[in-house]
Design a protein around this ligand. Structure first.
Ligand code: PEP
Ligand code: MG
Length: 581
């Protein structure tokens, strides 16, 4: 019988996917204690050893299969797990529990896992605390073998081509790995549409539905699923009529894409002749090709933190320079805005001495982005030097994330000056006029936009965080996601204020949050005066289609009316009127 689940849709250029379910079992189902007789201890120890060996072989096999072109150091990610399989604190301790407490191997592992997780949780060093995740992954893998399941091998094993991955939660780094293995769509129990995982999924061009509680318990492995990233519906065991309806929608989606493709080379000019810049947000080197294929005129946001993920160490200056220069080469002369590291909150990297999320209860309010970089100059300096050196190779801009204090901008500018002097002394080239801009993504920065604009060459509005921080809504928390509203009067005022600050100081203002890539808001943003948009590449042609039909003068008049009535009319009605014109 068919069944439907409702969650929050993440829709990419292609919103529908059909495929068999691949159930990520990590973290699902605990172990039960089963008492064993003293004479069964040897056999139980053997079972454990065999499961550990099977996990080791599976991980090694996966290590061999890693495609050569993968930009991420997945191998080292696997090595960490292989080392843990040798670790006495885990395996020997579980063996002792089996012998001393006469219990089954699953239970012994679970007990030892709980002890280690507790120990890691109590550690002051946040880096060590993140090791708990590795313990959990490794234990669930061995338990999978003990249960006779074909384990996920930390999500890396086997070909996932065309499959729909169903998981409790997925970190951005895991999504990258799954994408490399060919996953067609993602369905998770947790997560919000503005999480970095969701943004990454969108930019990879695959649909997802997040926030379906307990879905991992209701789906059978291999069951045919329909994922509708537009409506946020997941259908299981669909009947023939439903299947043919969705197949028709899939075909319609593809033919719309073909129609939009004709716009690729059309310059983005409004009907009244205003040139609009439509740039791409990039996360991974392979995104360059997608950006160009969708007619991006540059990169308005390159999220460099993905260079730091899925590896135990940090990329040094030379490695970063190589990555930036490869991107510049791939872009063939188009400008790129490289954002300095924005780790912390939901994005962590194993190689970081402090993985960003400070020990506080609110990592989103803690040591993140520019704050983390200024506190850890040994991380910031090599990145800035690499960006400066890349600026000698092509049109590069530098963008600072999560600025809230003027002194963060000033300290960074001083540091850049110092690094320029250093590079000169080292005989290394850089662009002396490298444009430096700030992201406006906390309300304080929007309110102080003029002061920031005075010291910067450009501003870029990050609506994902601006909405999170203004409306006090955790962008990862699906239980408050219905309140995540880009058209809230406070947000519209802050956006308008930032655009006006740029106009007053004659510097460009761009928007690189997800709102910029949502064609429902294109006319509104044009009306508010926005002329530079940056978005996930899959949205470029949808937005261009709206731009080509727009008349900025008329939209600006409408937007002025909207701003004047923000306190007495529902903004969504005003926006609907603006879109209807
Ligand atoms: C934003 O906050 O809008 C943004 C573009 O940055 P990120 O999503 O990477 O935090
Ligand atoms: Mg942000």
């Amino acid at each position: 019988m068919s069944c439907a689940f409702q969650g929050i849709g993440i829709s990419a250029s292609c919103a529908i996917a059909l495929g068999p379910a691949y159930l990520d079992r990590r973290g699902l189902g605990g172990a039960m204690r089963i008492a064993i007789a003293p004479e069964a201890v040897e056999a139980e120890l053997d079972r454990l050893d065999q499961a550990v060996e099977a996990a080791r072989l599976a991980l090694r096999a996966v290590r061999e299969q890693i495609p050569g072109h993968t930009p991420l150091n997945i191998a080292e990610f696997i090595d960490t797990h292989l080392l843990m399989l040798e670790d006495a604190a885990l395996i020997d301790a579980a063996r002792t529990i089996i012998s001393d407490e006469l219990c089954n191997a699953e239970w012994a592992l679970q007990r030892q896992r709980d002890t280690l997780v507790r120990l890691f949780d109590e550690m002051d060093d946040p880096y060590l605390r993140t090791r708990r995740d590795d313990v959990e992954h490794v234990v669930s893998q061995i338990q999978g073998f003990l249960r006779g399941e074909t384990p996920a091998a930390a999500l890396l094993d086997g070909d996932l081509k065309g499959q729909v991955v169903v998981a409790r939660d997925l970190a951005p780094a895991e999504v990258i790995v799954l994408h490399h293995r060919g996953a067609a769509a993602f369905v998770t129990e947790h997560g919000g549409p503005m999480s970095h995982t969701a943004i990454l999924v969108r930019s990879l061009g695959i649909p997802a539905v997040v926030g379906i509680h307990n879905i991992t318990r209701q789906i059978r492995p291999g069951e045919l699923l329909i994922v509708d990233g537009e409506s946020g519906t997941v259908l299981g065991d669909a009947d023939a009529r439903t299947l043919s309806y969705f197949r028709a929608r899939l075909r319609a989606g593809h033919s719309r894409l073909r129609r939009l493709r004709r716009l690729v080379d059309r310059p983005a000019r409004t009907r009244d002749g205003i040139a609009i810049s439509l740039e791409a947000n990039l996360e991974l080197p392979e995104d360059v090709a997608t950006a160009r294929a969708n007619g991006a005129t540059g990169v308005g946001l390159y999220r460099t933190e993905f260079l730091y993920m899925n590896r135990p160490d940090l990329p040094d200056e030379e490695e970063q320079l190589a990555a930036y220069s490869a991107m510049l080469q791939g872009l063939g002369g188009l400008p790129i805005t490289i954002r300095s590291l924005d780790l912390g909150a939901d994005k962590t990297a194993e190689g970081l001495p402090r993985p960003g999320a400070s020990t506080a209860n609110n990592p989103a309010l803690g040591l993140r982005a520019i704050r983390l970089c200024l506190k850890e100059p040994e991380i910031f300096r090599p990145q800035l030097r690499a960006i400066l050196r890349a600026s000698a190779l092509g049109p590069v801009r530098l963008m600072l994330p999560l600025v809230s204090h003027l002194r963060e901008v000033e300290t960074t500018l001083r540091l850049i000056d110092e690094l320029k002097r250093q590079l000169r002394a080292d005989g290394l080239d850089y662009d002396p006029k490298l444009p430096v801009g700030a992201m406006i993504e906390v309300p304080a920065a929007a309110l102080a936009a003029r002061a920031i604009a005075r010291r910067m060459d450009f501003l870029s509005i990050g609506t994902n965080d601006l909405i999170q921080y203004t409306l006090a809504i955790d962008r990862l928390d699906d239980s408050v996601n219905d309140l995540f509203d880009p058209t809230h009067p406070a947000i519209l005022r802050l956006i308008h204020m930032t655009i006006e600050a740029g106009r007053a100081l004659d510097i460009p203002v761009s928007m690189c949050g997800e709102m910029a890539g949502d064609p429902r808001f294109t006319r509104l943003l044009l009306g508010l005066g926005l002329r530079h948009f940056s978005m996930q590449p899959g949205a470029l042609l949808d937005v261009k289609e709206v731009v080509l039909e727009a008349d900025t003068e008329a939209l600006e008049r409408e937007a002025q009316r909207l701003l004047a009535h923000l306190d007495d009319t529902d903004p969504s009605l005003l926006i609907a009127r603006l879109n209807a014109h």
